[in-house]
Design a protein around this ligand. Structure first.
Ligand SMILES: NC(=O)c1ccc[n+]([C@@H]2O[C@H](COP(=O)([O-])OP(=O)(O)OC[C@H]3O[C@@H](n4cnc5c(N)ncnc54)[C@H](OP(=O)(O)O)[C@@H]3O)[C@@H](O)[C@H]2O)c1
Length: 337
């Protein structure tokens, strides 16, 4: 059995992770930490979670029995906790963005803080299992990818070499749970319900993460534009991605084959012919990808759908844990989360 703890267990990702870990046949839950709900029972705070236990305040000294710790704090709050846990010998999966960017100098501009642990940034493995399986297996620190980057990178990465894109435009639409449990005027039900709009049209933080991961694998430089939108639904991200190839326009079948070859045998990435929609992946760890070649426009269009809280966060974190501990990657992820 693997002993696991969750730091920040009462947030949206923490609650989904609690449920997934509780149902995992090889995991024993150790500490579920909370500042706001310390001392309260899990099923009192989340009646839908049939989990026996109560929230405790964070105390690194009491986590010695945990072989792996999931950190579900907001960005800038996570890195001190992650560092303390790693220094104490724990293996950590961080769901925040605090260890996703490789260059420390990007943090002040994109996240508003100076990164104090460049040594740990160097050790962090970007935990997109389908693209980084070997590195994740041996990792002490996994930086779990952002929700928008997950679908976009799974769709784009296999095409970087063969299509040498010169321009990539990612038009992404997310359910409201992507914003976490805190409510703002913008994310208030009255504003979101029966409404639809874009936000952070220039300079959304996930742009730099997507760029970093594409540039690591691309042979030439590319132009990238990313625009997120807020959907009046709870869960899921649908990204429509426009790719302008620098090579001769491919046939749709060729692009589909490139994706199918890359993801052949992958349990959680499916290349489909019919147009995918959110309902097909909500509450699952699956990503569905589809391709359309638009010759008139000179563009390859990709459609990627995931559940932001599962493949885009907690499910992917569990997939990473399974890899880190030599378990079947799908363990605990077969059911709806
Ligand atoms: N939501 C998504 O779809 C998604 C997807 C991928 C990645 N992520 C990332 O995963 C992390 C957790 O996301 P989430 O959606 O679960 O967030 P959330 O719902 O806002 O929960 C964050 C939790 O962290 C705890 N916390 C500790 N210090 C805090 C502080 N100073 N301010 C606010 N909360 C604090 C809070 O619990 P207590 O007060 O009970 O301690 C809170 O419940 C974030 O870094 C987020 O960017 C989220």
């Amino acid at each position: 059995m693997i002993t696991a703890s969750i730091i920040g267990a009462t947030g949206f990702t923490g609650a989904v992770l609690t449920d997934l870990l509780d149902g995992h046949p090889q995991v024993r839950l150790d500490a579920l930490t909370s500042i706001s709900y310390a001392g309260r029972r899990v099923d009192e705070v989340f009646p839908q979670l049939r989990v026996d236990g109560e929230y405790v305040p964070y105390d690194a000294g009491r986590l010695d029995a945990s072989q792996v710790v999931f950190v579900c704090y907001p960005h800038a709050e996570a890195h001190p906790v992650v560092a303390e846990l790693l220094d104490g010998g724990r293996r950590v999966i961080d769901l925040s963005a605090d260890f996703r960017l490789r260059a420390a100098e990007l943090y002040p501009e994109w996240y508003g803080f100076s990164h104090p642990r460049t040594d740990l940034l160097e050790q962090a493995v970007y935990g997109l299992p389908e693209l980084e399986r070997e590195a994740v297996t041996g990792a002490r620190l996994v930086a779990n990818p952002g929700c928008f980057p997950t679908g976009a990178l799974l769709a784009l990465t296999p095409l970087l070499g063969p299509l040498s894109p010169e321009l990539v435009v990612i038009d992404a639409k997310s359910g409201l749970s992507g914003a976490g449990r805190g409510t703002t005027e913008k994310t208030h039900f009255s504003n979101v319900h029966d409404n639809f709009g874009s936000y952070s049209e220039v300079g959304h933080r996930h742009t730099v993460e997507i760029r970093q991961e594409l540039e690591r694998r691309a042979s030439s430089s590319l132009s990238l534009a990313f625009t997120p939108h807020l959907l009046p639904v709870e869960r899921g991200i649908l990204s429509t991605i426009y790719l302008k190839p620098a090579v001769e326009m491919p046939e749709q079948q060729e692009v589909e084959s490139l994706l199918r070859e890359t993801y052949q045998g992958e349990p959680f990435v499916e290349v489909v012919t019919a147009t995918p929609s959110l309902r097909e992946v909500q509450y699952t760890n699956h990503c569905r990808l589809a391709v359309r070649v638009d010759r008139d426009a000179g563009l390859v269009k990709l459609i990627a759908v995931i559940d932001n809280l599962v493949k885009g966060a907690s499910g992917q974190a569990l997939q990473n844990m399974n890899l880190m501990f030599g378990l079947d990657e799908t363990l605990g992820l077969e059911r709806r989360a």
